[in-house]
Design a protein around this ligand. Structure first.
Ligand code: AHG
Ligand code: MN
Ligand code: MN
Length: 326
């Protein structure tokens, strides 16, 4: 029987760490802590319906979004699991206004982590996939630990709680994909080196915001929906970034959540949504944009800063960049 022992997440991370000569062991600890947190969240999402975790808390988060119980519970799980791992000095969460000092673990944690504990909250209460997004930097002991350029990213990843619980992350090497074997509670590597296709046949955007798009965004989307560029593209929109991105990464096409006339800074958050997803995207051969420049050329000026976010395969992104320059 071919036991996938060599492909379990723990083995793969230790192997990668050795090859990357990052032999502190702390990085492995950190990734295993994140992996444990994602397993807990997966369970929580699956059982939320009968554990009374649907609905709102009555609070709003730093971005002004109404907080759902599952958002808050997901934050609590990650803060506890990552805080006690002893690897982090500080944390940032979508669900907390300020930077969180790590009090449970050792203060000397070499890393800092920002996360979106539950992405796709508008889909909570249905059986539509949601997920978690994280980004990790080395801790510098400076005032603004999280206002860092993409060149400082140590690792980033996202999970999708869907038909399967999947985890995609990159720590500087290949983009790796894992699937949770629920019979063992183990993440097993199913995609050792994810490479995006050169093009696709879907476009993914919330057409309900169409009334508010800039003219060049409108004309670009129209060009995909008609025969202007050949065969019209199919529309696919889940409303959970992790799910829409996972499809774009593996099957190609373009995802757009552009800035609009009434929201010129966009909706998605740069630090813990667009940057981690773009780190994975560009490592796998996709291109990214905020409408003017690549996401990885941006450095956040505040931890909850918003941005327009477009990510896709080379062909569709080259068309997009031409359309924005016209
Ligand atoms: P979150 O649930 O963490 O606030 O993120 C929701 C985001 C993202 O997941 C998705 O792509 C986008 O909001 C959908 O926005 P619209 O509902 O405006 O399309
Ligand atoms: Mn989100
Ligand atoms: Mn969220």
């Amino acid at each position: 029987m071919d036991l996938p022992i060599q492909r379990t997440l723990a083995r793969v991370i230790r192997q990668d760490e050795k090859e990357a000569q990052v032999a502190t062991g702390e990085f492995s600890e950190l990734m295993l802590a994140i992996c444990y947190g994602i397993k807990v969240l997966s369970q929580m999402v699956q059982t939320a319906g009968f554990k009374g975790l649907y609905g709102y808390t009555g609070e709003t988060n730093a971005s002004g979004d109404k907080t759902q119980k599952l958002d808050e519970e997901s934050h609590v799980v990650l803060e506890q699991v990552l805080g006690s791992a002893g690897c982090f000095g500080h944390m940032v969460s979508e669900e907390r206004d300020e930077v969180l000092p790590v009090t449970r673990g050792s203060k000397s944690g070499k890393y800092v982590v920002a996360f979106d504990p539950l992405d796709g909250s508008s889909n909570i209460g249905t059986n539509i996939p949601v997920g978690t997004i994280f980004i990790i930097f080395k801790r510098l002991g400076i005032e603004n630990e999280f206002l860092r350029p993409a060149s400082d990213i140590v690792a980033a990843g996202y999970s999708v709680y869907g038909a399967q619980t999947s985890l995609v992350f990159c720590a500087g090497g290949p983009v790796r994909g894992f699937t949770l074997d629920t019979s063992l509670g183990e993440f097993v590597m199913t995609e050792p080196d994810i490479k995006a296709p050169e093009s696709g046949n879907t476009y993914s955007v919330n057409e309900g915001n169409g009334w508010d798009w800039e003219a060049n965004v409108q004309s670009y989307v129209n060009s995909l929906k008609t025969h202007e560029r050949g065969k019209p593209y199919s529309g696919r929109y889940v409303g959970s970034l992790v799910a829409d991105f996972d499809r774009t990464l593996k099957k190609g096409g373009i995802f757009m959540h552009p800035a609009t006339k009434s929201k010129p800074t966009g909706k998605l958050r740069l630090l813990y949504e667009a940057m981690p997803v773009s780190y994975i995207a560009e490592k796998a051969g996709l291109l990214t944009s905020n409408g003017k420049q690549s996401i990885l050329s941006l450095t956040p000026s505040s931890i909850h800063e918003r941005t327009g976010f477009i990510v896709g395969t080379k062909k569709e992104m080259e068309w997009f960049n031409q359309a924005m320059a016209s």
